[in-house]
Design a protein around this ligand. Structure first.
Ligand SMILES: O=C(O)[C@H](CCc1ccccc1)CC1(C(=O)N[C@@H](Cc2c[nH]c3ccccc23)C(=O)O)CCCC1
Ligand SMILES: [Zn+2]
Length: 311
């Protein structure tokens, strides 16, 4: 790449030193990674529901950036871009190297984050329920995976397709972090160490079902997209780590093969209206494609969906 590499540095939300790609225009430095086409903006507390969120490209007089949210939003977007490129050879969320834009300081103490269909939005949190949500790699990977889903299966964001949409984002969120099965633990309840927003290994710990018979069928949360995701999250956990549930034992196949199965299901088989049963079939077919019809990987997928009651 002919572009001159320029490295910036700064402390993230948790006080850790990070390095990342920046650019220089005139006498200012900007959070603009021209190699990956990732740029980070300050929304200056515009309300998260305002129709048009504009922002100021984050700049600095030196190569050191002092806003921790901007440091993490930028560095973690790069990490997520690199994960998709290296693991699945996918160039950005649309596989056509579209620019990735992140906006920090969205809302007033907003305890949430989102992919709004075009860009990522991060709230600062109120300091009790959340600290800046840009401070968690699994949250950023969760949001960017919504963009990947939008340009592939495009699962509707409600009812069973919506719960699968949510689950795909949680799955890739924990896969990129590569060491736990928790979502949001780095930014959730700063005064309560060790808890998380969701657990894929034990969804019930945070009030999510881990079996299809216990699914939520009400109207809240777009038909429970953040509730019923626990069912598919548990299946993904069982496929990777193995375990026993509802008298079904699953022999785990590891995280690397599990994420390959889910990425293939998302990009080759799932559609906007896929239900949980279609997820089971897509995962089985993906495992057959990748590892063979009578492989232990296919067996693990069938066992996992039996264990969570999607049969
Ligand atoms: O991407 C998503 O699924 C979530 C986006 C939620 C959203 C949707 C539409 C418009 C605005 C915001 C954001 C995250 C999420 O799971 N939010 C949940 C849990 C949650 C976070 N903050 C909350 C505050 C109140 C209630 C629930 C929550 C939700 O919005 O349900 C993902 C990782 C962490 C935050
Ligand atoms: Zn989500």
């Amino acid at each position: 790449n002919i572009l001159q590499e320029l490295t910036g540095n700064g402390k993230g939300v948790k006080g850790d030193e990070k390095k990342f790609e920046i650019s220089k225009e005139g006498n200012l430095y900007y959070l603009n990674d021209k190699i990956r086409k990732i740029s980070t903006y300050d929304a200056q507390n515009q309300h998260e529901n305002s129709p048009i969120i504009s922002g100021k490209l984050v700049s600095s007089k030196t190569t050191t950036f002092s806003d921790p949210s901007s440091v993490d939003a930028h560095a973690y977007a790069e990490r997520t871009y690199d994960f998709y490129k290296k693991t699945f050879n996918r160039d950005s969320y649309d596989a056509k190297s579209s620019p990735i834009k992140s906006y920090i300081h969205v809302g007033e103490k907003w305890n949430n984050a989102a992919w709004d269909g075009e860009k990522m939005l991060y709230g600062d949190g109120d300091g009790k329920t959340f600290i800046s949500l840009a401070g968690a790699l699994d949250v950023i990977a969760h949001e960017l995976t919504h963009a990947v889903t939008q340009f592939t299966a495009n699962l509707q964001y409600r009812d069973e397709p919506g719960a699968l949409n949510e689950s795909m984002s949680d799955i890739m969120g924990v896969m990129i972090d590569d060491n736990d099965w928790l979502i949001g633990e780095d930014v959730y309840t700063p005064n309560k160490p060790g808890d998380a927003l969701r657990s894929m290994s034990n969804p019930k710990k945070y009030n999510q079902p881990d079996h299809y018979d216990d699914r939520y069928t009400g109207y809240q949360d777009n038909g429970g997209v953040h509730i019923n995701s626990g069912i598919n999250n548990k299946a993904a956990y069982l496929i990777a780590a193995g375990g026993k549930q509802s008298s079904v034992t699953v022999d785990g196949i590891g995280r690397v093969k599990t994420r390959a199965i889910y990425y293939r299901a998302l990009t080759e088989y799932l559609t906007a209206t896929s239900q949980f049963i279609d997820m089971r079939d897509a995962a089985i077919q993906s495992a057959k494609d990748l590892y063979g019809a009578n492989s232990k990987e296919v067996k693990a997928v069938k066992q996992a969906y039996d264990a969570v009651g999607v049969v």
